[in-house]
Structure formats: structure tokens, C-alpha cells
Design a protein around this ligand. Structure first.
Ligand code: NAD
Ligand code: TYD
Length: 355
């Protein structure tokens, strides 16, 4: 049976992708290689546990012997590489893990794929494909009136997170150019949706509001992000995995630019309308010290993906937010289990007494 290796599949986007992929391509075996860091939660895919087509392997993508052995053991012809340290604030606090996982880990995956795919090509059941998942943050920051980033915009990462992802992208590119490894790269805007770890803005706001706790806003709250519903991202990834051109990069974005304060107010409005207790949720908004090197604005031009692969986002921001909030409302236990662990210490280190 054809096998896909997904890395970081116990995290936010990876778990949404695996669920979507299992529905769309039931003929595949799925191997999920995930270290299960604080951000990885096997509970996210509990519905697939016990399926003969799904295997979770707890391990590090930077462990060369392990990764190589997986390529040897399973007939892997597809790789979708999500595994990463993914939170900008943590990269500012402790950048080491970002270099190790995002740069070294990506290198190990590319190198194992090169050794097994290119040197033992005759044994493969089909042409292999490697999809490397990246972010719009590699392009740096835009001013208010500047045009959106295209795939040929120069790289100008500003945080250790963005720099580590940019480094990984450059390695992926080099493996195509030098060795002909069939790599596609996608650079996506901010995702939101079910299963996102509550350190990121949207789930953080929802979780804090549900507990009537302060909602920390960096600076004046006027930084701008382009928000994409995670299911739209997963649909785009499957299109690129199957029909994207090797060696190419594709931007994935929603053309849905909002200031942080706009996003926060919209979430609080939806929650306020649903709550019977009348608690004034906007009073929870608390302005805190700005993030160092805080990128002002991200926006992506997605003409290439639309023209070549016919993809466009389908879920409006209002619908996506309502679905996300409803999901979190149904998952209070999921949030409390996360909050009872090491995450509590992180919140204290990041925000001090502000929240
Ligand atoms: P996440 O933090 O929710 O999940 C990351 C997963 O990777 C976790 O399951 C974690 O356990 C695993 N992991 C971490 N280090 C590992 C290692 N050394 N070996 C194996 N597994 C390891 O991240 P996410 O938000 O789902 O992001 C997934 C990918 O998408 C990342 O590459 C990220 O850079 C990219 N991306 C994210 C967004 C976003 O808005 N979340 C936007 C664009 C791109
Ligand atoms: P985040 O979800 O961390 O994603 P990214 O930094 O990768 O875009 O943050 C989204 C925006 O929200 C960003 O401009 C920073 C801001 N933000 C806050 O104002 N307060 C917070 O507590 C967090 C986590 C983010």
C-alpha cells in the first residue's frame, strides 16, 4: 500500500491535514512522525487510533538513524513536512530548539529522502513527492500600502522562528536544484481553527475570554495578519502535493487582512452574543509590552496557486471564527488539560502578572 509520511501530525495543522487526507485518500497508509512536544497531542487524532491505515511514531525528525530507518522500513513515496517549533514568542525566549528542529530536522528529512528515493529509485512504486510546509513570515514585514508578497519576494525573516523556517526553505530549494529531489514548498499565512494550541492569538483570546481572564494585546493591537481557516489550508496542501510542480513555491493565503484588535473584537462579539451572563468581555482586553521585532503586516499574493491549481479559500472569516469558537466551546476539557501542564509556566514567563 502506498505510504505517506507526515511529520508533526499531532500538532494543529498536521492533525487537521491527516484527518482530511485520510478521508480524501483512504487508499494510503499514513505514518505520523511526531516528537510530541508541548504542542503535539495524540488526542488530536483519537478518531484514527486503531485504524490499520494510521501509525503514530513518537520520535524526533532530527534523529537521522530513526528517520532513515523509517524510509527503509516503509514504502514511503509522499512526505508532508509540518514538524516545527512554531511560536514566535517562544523563539524569542529560547531559539535553540528552533534551529535544531526547523533547520537540522528538515535537513535530516531531505537527506534521508535523497538517499532512499534517488539512490533506490527503481524500487519505488511511484514517483515520490516531498511537500515542505512553510510560512509567510520568511518574507519579513510589509508596510501598510505595500503590495502583498509574491513567490519571488526576497526573504527577510525577522524573528528566530522566521529565520529558522527561511533556512529550512533554502535547504529544501537546494535539494531540488542540486539533487533533483522533487520538493514543493508552500508559504502560508496565519491559520486558525480547531486543535490550535492556545498560545496563538485566536485560541488564546477564546480561552482567556471563556475564563474571564485578561486578554494580552501586544503594542496597540494594530499589527495586521492575513487569517486562513485551517481546512482551506489543508485543501490547498493536497492540491500542491498531488499536482504542484517540483521545485516550485506556492503562497497560500486568504486575502483576509485584519488588525489584531479587529480579530479580538469579532471573537468577543460572537462569544458575548452566546453568553447568558452578560459579563463585559471587552473589559478583558489588556495592552501589554510589544513583542520585540514585531512584524507589522503580512499579506500574500496567491495568484499562482489559483491560476495553476485552481485553489481559492472557501470559508469566510465569520464562518471560520464561528466554527472555531464552537469547537473550543465543546472542548473545555481539552483546554483545561493543556492549561494544567507546563503551559501554565510558559504563560507566567511570557506575560508575567499581566494575565
Ligand atoms: P504546532 O506547533 O501546532 O505543531 C507542531 C508539531 O510538530 C507538534 O505536534 C510537535 O510535537 C511536532 N514537533 C516539534 N518538534 C518536533 C521534532 N523535533 N520532531 C518531530 N516532531 C516535532 O504547529 P502548526 O501551527 O501546526 O504548524 C505546522 C507547520 O505549519 C509548521 O511548520 C509551521 O511553521 C507552519 N505554519 C504554521 C502556520 C500557523 O498559523 N500555525 C502558518 C504558516 C505555516
Ligand atoms: P500569533 O498567533 O503568535 O502568530 P504570528 O506571530 O505568527 O503572526 O500572533 C498573531 C498576532 O497577534 C501577532 O501580531 C502578535 C499578536 N499577539 C498579541 O497581541 N498578543 C498575544 O498574546 C499573542 C500570542 C499574539
Amino acid at each position: 500500500m502506498t505510504t505517506i509520511l507526515v511529520t508533526g501530525g499531532a500538532g494543529f495543522i498536521g492533525s487537521n491535514f491527516i484527518r482530511y487526507f485520510a478521508q480524501q485518500r483512504p487508499e494510503f497508509n499514513i505514518i505520523n512522525l511526531d516528537l510530541l512536544t508541548y504542542a503535539g497531542n495524540p488526542e488530536n487524532l483519537i478518531d484514527l487510533e486503531g485504524s490499520p491505515h494510521y501509525t503514530l511514531i513518537q520520535g524526533d525528525i532530527a534523529d537521522q538513524a530513526l528517520v532513515y530507518s523509517l524510509f527503509k522500513r516503509y514504502p514511503i513515496t509522499r512526505v508532508v513536512h509540518f514538524a516545527a517549533e512554531s511560536h514566535v514568542d517562544r523563539s524569542i525566549m529560547a531559539p535553540d530548539a528552533f534551529v535544531r528542529t526547523n533547520v537540522q530536522g528538515t535537513f535530516v528529512l531531505l537527506e534521508s529522502a535523497r538517499q532512499l528515493w534517488l539512490e533506490e529509485k527503481s524500487k519505488l512504486e511511484e514517483e515520490p513527492r516531498f511537500l515542505h510546509i512553510s510560512t509567510d513570515e520568511v518574507y519579513g514585514s510589509l508596510k501598510s500600502q505595500e503590495p502583498a508578497f509574491t513567490e519571488s519576494s526576497p526573504y527577510a525573516p525577522n524573528s528566530p522562528y522566521a529565520a529558522s523556517k527561511a533556512s529550512a526553505d533554502l535547504l529544501a530549494r537546494a535539494y531540488y536544484k542540486t539533487y533533483g529531489l522533487p520538493v514543493m514548498i508552500t508559504n502560508c499565512s496565519n491559520n486558525y481553527g480547531p486543535y490550535q494550541f492556545p498560545e496563538k492569538l485566536i485560541p488564546l483570546v477564546i480561552a482567556q475570554a471563556l475564563d474571564h481572564k485578561p486578554i494580552p494585546i501586544y503594542g496597540k493591537g494594530d499589527n495586521i495578519r492575513d487569517w486562513l481557516y485551517v481546512e482551506d489550508h489543508c485543501r490547498a496542501l493536497l492540491r500542491v502535493l498531488e499536482d504542484g510542480r517540483p521545485g516550485e513555491t506556492y503562497n497560500i493565503g486568504a486575502q483576509n487582512e485584519r488588525s489584531n484588535l479587529e480579530v479580538v473584537h469579532q471573537i468577543l462579539q460572537i462569544l458575548q452574543d452566546q453568553q447568558a451572563d452578560g459579563y463585559p468581555l471587552t473589559d478583558l482586553i489588556t495592552f501589554v509590552k510589544d513583542r520585540p521585532g514585531h512584524d507589522w503586516r503580512y499579506a500574500l499574493d496567491t495568484t499562482k496557486l489559483n491560476r495553476e491549481l485552481g485553489w481559492r479559500p472557501e470559508v469566510s472569516f465569520t464562518t471560520g471564527l464561528e466554527r472555531t469558537i464552537n469547537w473550543y466551546l465543546g472542548q473545555r476539557d481539552w483546554i483545561s488539560r493543556i492549561k494544567s501542564g507546563l503551559y501554565r509556566d510558559y504563560l507566567a514567563r511570557q506575560y508575567g502578572s499581566a494575565i
